[in-house]
Design a protein around this ligand. Structure first.
Ligand code: UDP
Length: 410
């Protein structure tokens, strides 16, 4: 296990974007938790939504004087091949789950659990990767409640995979999921907590004119004086970059100078990424208006989401989809599919449009509807900003989490 390096954060920074009531409630809860020590465990320090959340939650909790550590599992590709299969199986894709895979999972999770030697009052494990650690952690920290937060889309899990993870869920005292439809794991208590974006980071803060101009240059050869749609996602089959390409092609017949940016990265715990990236880049190679961009810095992602006319999120499964709130916060309307957490964020006809996950042509039509109506894009953008301010900024999520911690420790 290793601690990732973390940025400094101050709770004061959120006063300009969130109501004082929420910050006061947060301070009250932090006061109750002032003498507890909390440990977060997950499997990657970068790439993907969980790392993104923890990079904000952990330093802000410490700034609030809630003593919080974050440890990342040590594991190699063999383990991540297994956990990616588990992730896919829980989202409905059945690949074989062999005894050898189960043994690898057990061995690596137990080895990581034995490395934890600190004293903690509460442990919060994220996603299926660390589940195998929980039995050992329960033995070593018998008084610490164990909370498991599942970020994956559990609407239609393959029974074999659900049964596999359920072998490890007994120690859980409290489960957290992102939507009620995901409450597939038996736990004494289950709460729903929506994830959130952090409005003060390089990814989401406002950019001044000079910064935006510099980032625009970094995004060359994209031209922002012609229409641009973009999708920002790990290269992962569930994110359906091929469907987005199809939607773009459908829209292009009405908007011939349309450009598409597919920005993506590979998460440290996702061995499938590179192969999919190559397939997507191959598919796009003949169209000079399609740009496949990798490993963009956060401020460049910020500019891309801000400068795009429309953002697309055509996922086939989606635990929550932070990228949707990231775009909406920047007043960019989103055309998203009706899966997972996307409909929590996209209000159809108010801040974007929802389409069936298999309706790429319908997505293309909605992109055109937005591109052809500047006024609609502007008013959707205003609605989008307020929807995210109310529901999907960090302080709201922290209130929800700290309330659960107080409850679990009672
Ligand atoms: N992300 C990024 N660069 C990329 C692709 C994704 O920084 O090239 C970030 C994205 O901005 C978001 C997170 O990774 O903050 C993805 O979270 P989301 O919940 O959308 O999806 P997940 O990857 O967790 O399935």
């Amino acid at each position: 296990m290793h601690p990732p390096s973390l940025p400094d954060r101050s709770i004061e920074a959120y006063a300009t974007v969130t109501g004082t009531d929420r910050l006061e409630r947060l301070r009250e809860l932090a006061e109750i938790l002032s003498d507890v020590r909390i440990l977060h465990v997950n499997s990657t320090a970068s790439g993907g939504g969980v790392a993104e959340l923890l990079r904000s939650i952990v330093p802000v909790c410490n700034d609030l004087d809630v003593d919080t550590d974050w440890l990342v599992m040590d594991a190699d590709d063999d383990f991540f091949e297994v956990t990616k299969a588990v992730h896919n199986g829980l989202q409905g894709d059945s690949e074989p789950l062999t005894d050898e895979m189960k043994a690898t999972y057990r061995e690596v999770t137990v080895a990581n659990a034995t490395e934890i030697d600190g004293e903690y009052d509460l442990v919060l494990a994220h996603d299926p990767q660390p589940l195998g650690m929980l039995e050992r952690l329960e033995e070593r920290l018998p008084d610490a409640p164990i909370v498991w937060r599942c970020h994956v889309d559990l609407t239609d899990p393959v029974a074999e995979y659900l049964a596999f993870v359920s072998e490890y869920t007994d120690p859980i005292d409290h489960a957290i999921v992102s939507r009620s439809a995901y409450a597939a794991i038996d736990a004494p208590e289950t709460s729903i907590v929506y994830p959130s974006i952090d409005p003060v980071t390089a990814k989401n803060r406002s950019l001044d004119r000079t910064e935006l101009a510099a980032e625009r240059d970094h995004l060359d050869p994209l031209l922002f004086d012609a229409p641009v749609v973009s999708q920002v996602s790990r290269f992962d089959p569930w994110k359906d970059q091929f469907g987005t390409l199809e939607a773009y092609r459908a829209a292009k017949s009405a908007v011939p100078d349309l450009q598409l940016a597919l920005a993506g990265g590979m998460a440290g715990d996702d061995p499938e990424g590179l192969e999919l990236y190559e397939q997507v880049a191959d598919e796009a190679v003949d169209d000079p208006n399609v740009h496949v961009l990798t490993d963009l810095p956060d401020m460049t992602i910020n500019a891309l989401q801000r400068l795009s006319d429309v953002v697309v999120q055509k996922s086939l499964r989606e635990g929550f989809g932070l990228v949707v709130s990231e775009a909406l916060w920047k007043r960019t309307p989103v055309v998203g599919s009706t899966v997972g957490g996307i409909p929590l964020q996209v209000e159809d006809g108010r801040n974007g449009y929802l389409v069936d996950p298999d309706d790429a042509v319908g997505a293309g039509d909605r992109i055109v509807d937005l591109l052809e109506d500047d006024e609609r894009r502007r008013s959707f953008g205003d609605n989008a900003r307020e929807h995210v301010r109310e529901q999907f900024l960090l302080p709201r999520q922290l209130v929800d989490l700290l309330e659960i911690f107080v409850d679990a420790l009672e």
